[in-house]
Design a protein around this ligand. Structure first.
Ligand code: GTP
Ligand code: MG
Length: 249
């Protein structure tokens, strides 16, 4: 008699492996899409505005072990669909900007993109965490087109300055996996260090703005040099005359 319910364990393993591979690949592709968007912004900004607001970017896919650990902490998921819904930082990208204003500039440009669905925005710069953590977090959803259909995939984007990144990286190193209570004095020092990093950000922002104003004033002066001074009277040189004389159309 043939048992119809019999499933070859090896076949079952293979199917499971394929399903899991597809699941992880979906996040890899979503991350690629966001990375490409950021590269485009970066390159376009450099070419058109002669300025690069991004210092560097780093992306990562959460390992299956980390996904399981988070799942145990959160509890409840019994299927890949559940995991997809509950764990929204499987794909993550961190953008380190030069100045605070660049963070919002990049965020606004991403938020304006029609094919990025913004699920949430957490502004830990305006409202830092009690320990002093600062960053702008965007949770976005991107469409990923696979051979068997479209998937909407979550990507967590963290945008911060070099100073905020410096603080967060070291805070993570110092306190990572320490579940006992940390003395208040240390927590206070940590918060003070975050404030100092922020003061540095504000100082650099101010320096940059002042320098921009000086540069603009220079450019205005340079434009003024394109005038003729005859009998102490200023004459503007018509643009088409300049073109004609310089061999343009
Ligand atoms: P997670 O469950 O940890 O992902 O937090 P969440 O879902 O409440 O989101 P939240 O926006 O608070 O944090 C998401 C991510 O931001 C974390 O995984 C870290 O990468 C980073 N982050 C948040 N808080 C801190 C912090 O206090 N210190 C450091 N170093 N990183 C932080
Ligand atoms: Mg996380």
């Amino acid at each position: 008699m043939i048992n119809n319910s019999f499933v070859n364990p090896l076949e079952q393993m293979k199917t499971l492996q394929k399903t899991l591979t597809r699941f992880m690949m979906m996040y890899k592709f979503a991350l690629h899409e966001v990375e490409t968007k950021i590269e485009i912004l970066q390159e376009e900004f450099q070419l058109l505005h002669d300025y690069n607001p991004i210092e560097h970017t780093k992306s990562r896919i959460k390992s299956p072990e980390s996904i399981m650990k988070k799942l145990y902490r959160k509890g409840g998921a019994t299927s890949l669909e559940d995991i997809k819904r509950n764990i929204q930082d499987i794909a993550g990208i961190r953008i380190t900007c030069s100045f605070i204003s660049d963070i919002y500039r990049i965020s606004d440009m991403l938020r304006a993109q029609k094919d990025l669905n913004i699920l949430s925005v957490k502004d830990y710069i305006k409202d830092p965490k009690p320990n002093g953590y600062k960053s702008l977090h965007l949770l976005v959803e991107v469409p990923v087109f696979m051979s068997d259909g479209e998937e909407l995939v979550c990507v967590e984007i963290q945008i911060r300055t070099i100073a905020m990144d410096f603080w967060a990286s070291l805070e993570h190193k110092i306190f990572y996996k320490y579940n006992e209570s940390v003395p208040d004095r240390l927590l206070e020092d940590l918060k003070n260090a975050a404030d100092t990093a922020y003061e540095l950000d504000l100082k650099m922002e101010q320096l940059q703005q002042e320098m921009e104003e000086i540069k603009h004033a220079h450019q205005a002066e340079a434009a003024e040099e394109f005038q003729l001074l005859i009998d102490n009277k200023k004459f503007n040189i018509p643009e088409n005359l300049l073109k004609l004389l310089s061999g343009g159309e």
